[in-house]
Design a protein around this ligand. Structure first.
Ligand code: NDP
Ligand code: 2IT
Length: 457
């Protein structure tokens, strides 16, 4: 993002015109507008220099989903009552490969959120260098407090409808908020039963039935590798740094584990009710406890403070006012606002790497960029998850399984590549790397070239 205020007039006009059309065509979709605006602001100068992109309306086409599927998901709860949720799959862009992206189950899920996620996914998947298009799906189903039986009933109904639209060369779903190994298992089982075919149509599968080693770890690990690369541009390392992390789900857990193993001190985790601050830092044993608490017992992060007296729980608050060197938002969109960003800067934070998708508001991003922080947008720093999904697809196609060392080496190389691409396209005149601009341009070029080559489709 270049500062909107500092934009040249013709660039600002292009952005305004583009956004006016997007808003008129997609009313009541604020998250989608936010994601598109960030990309358009980065790309506008590049597009204006390349008239063919304008003439062929490449960005306009990228911002229009190829297809949106929306469907009824009826299921029966443990009391024998009928429940009805709404299911979605946004098939955003297939220029460089089959649609690929996660499934989110959360009560807040709506079309705006899934369109923003599918839009982001298109650029992110392109950055991985693997052949994957962009997609995202989900439902307003809330898995919290549901029994395994209820979750299975829901997943089976969801997939009974979605199965018509997905396939290993068509659209390959994976996990996201509220969807982990358990849900992927139920969805894969029902899909296989309906199709009578064992395929790699989902990623994030169990190790014994086609999953890749290190897929659960990949997003958090990849974000940590990206932090290492960012710090290296300033001849710095992760060792000895204090880190605040939000969330306590899949991404947060493995970001905490990898950052700790790299020698950092992780002092916070959170959930939607509050955060814990442990000034002693998390260690392997504490992280194992969090994994068991969240993944097996499906408990709340508050319980961490009951178990470890060194920690304090702050109800209803977010961790961004805690002093840190590195902040890693790993929970959800718009969880870090302009005031939080100012507090991070005032407390000496030097690096923000997003494990979540679009966790920083536009105001927060403006603060990070104007203070020249090392700031990585999610589409660059959290791409290790989908990249490893891409590696899972490759292993499924070849009917082989790589060792965790092999997968880790490939993940590490991909994160370094993404970092290098951001530097190539995002380095400004004074040497500052604007990772937002770099990620948006680098992600766009491959998709745009593919679309130009494939004609008006
Ligand atoms: P999980 O469901 O495993 O964990 C989500 C975490 O975020 C939980 O701690 C949850 O708390 C918290 N959270 C969710 N919604 C809110 C909210 N509205 N306010 C505050 N906290 C909230 O999901 P993941 O860890 O998989 O995903 C986290 C983020 O990372 C998402 O933005 C996702 O899109 C992104 N991501 C995930 C990838 C993956 O491979 N899983 C890959 C790339 C990005 P609570 O339990 O209270 O809801
Ligand atoms: O946002 C994301 O990149 C994910 N939730 C992972 C998608 C995937 O297909 O692995």
């Amino acid at each position: 993002m270049i500062s909107y205020l500092k934009m040249e007039k013709h660039v600002k006009n292009y952005v305004d015109d583009f956004m006016n059309r997007i808003i008129a065509k997609n009313p009541n979709e604020p998250e989608f507008h936010q994601a598109v605006r960030e990309v358009v602001e980065s790309l506008a100068p590049y597009i204006l220099e390349n008239p063919v992109l304008q003439k062929m309306k490449v960005l306009e086409r990228i911002a229009e989903p190829e297809r949106v599927i929306m469907f009824r998901v009826p299921w029966i709860n443990d009391k024998g009552e009928v429940e009805i949720n709404r299911g979605y799959r946004v098939q955003m862009n297939s220029a460089i490969g089959p649609y690929k992206g996660g499934i989110r189950f959360h009560s807040s899920v709506n079309l705006s959120i899934l369109k923003f996620l599918a839009f982001e996914q298109t650029f992110k998947n392109s950055l991985t260098t693997l052949p994957m298009g962009g997609g995202k799906g989900g439902s307003d189903f809330n898995p919290k407090g549901k029994s395994d039986n209820e979750v299975m009933n829901f997943c089976q109904s969801f997939i009974t409808e979605l199965s018509r639209h997905i396939g290993s060369n068509i659209d390959v779903p994976a996990g996201d908020i509220g969807v982990g190994g358990r849900e992927i298992g139920f969805m894969f089982g029902q899909y296989k039963r309906l199709r009578n075919e064992f395929t790699g149509t989902f990623t994030g599968k169990g190790i014994d039935w086609g999953g890749s080693l290190l897929r659960p770890e990949a997003t958090g690990y990849g974000t940590s590798y990206f932090v290492q690369e960012m710090l290296a541009t300033r001849n710095d390392t992760v060792e000895g740094k204090t880190v605040t992390i939000s969330g306590s789900g899949n991404v947060a857990q493995y970001a905490a584990q990898k950052m700790t193993r790299l020698g950092a001190k992780v002092v916070t985790l959170s959930d939607s009710n509050g955060y814990i601050y442990d000034p002693d830092g998390l260690d392997e044993e504490k992280i194992e406890y969090v994994m068991e608490l969240k993944n097996v017992f499906r408990g709340r992060i508050k319980e961490y403070a009951d178990r470890y007296p060194s920690a304090t729980y702050y109800e209803g608050q977010r961790p961004w006012h805690v002093k840190c060197d590195i902040a890693m938002p790993c929970a959800t969109q718009n969880e870090l606002d302009g005031d939080d960003a100012k507090a991070l800067v005032a407390n000496g934070c030097i690096c923000v790497a997003e494990g979540a998708n679009m966790p920083s508001t536009p105001e927060a991003i403006e603060v990070f960029l104007s203070h020249k922080l090392l700031y990585a947008p999610g589409k660059a720093s959290n791409a290790g998850g989908v990249a490893t999904s891409g590696l899972e697809m490759s292993q499924n196609s070849m009917r082989i399984a790589w060792s965790s060392e092999e997968v880790d080496a490939k993940l590490h190389a991909i994160m370094k590549n993404i970092h290098a691409a951001c530097c190539e396209y995002g380095t400004e005149e004074d040497g500052y790397v604007n990772y937002v601009k770099g990620a948006n341009i680098a992600g766009f070029i491959k998709v745009a070239n593919a679309m130009l080559a494939q004609g008006i489709v």
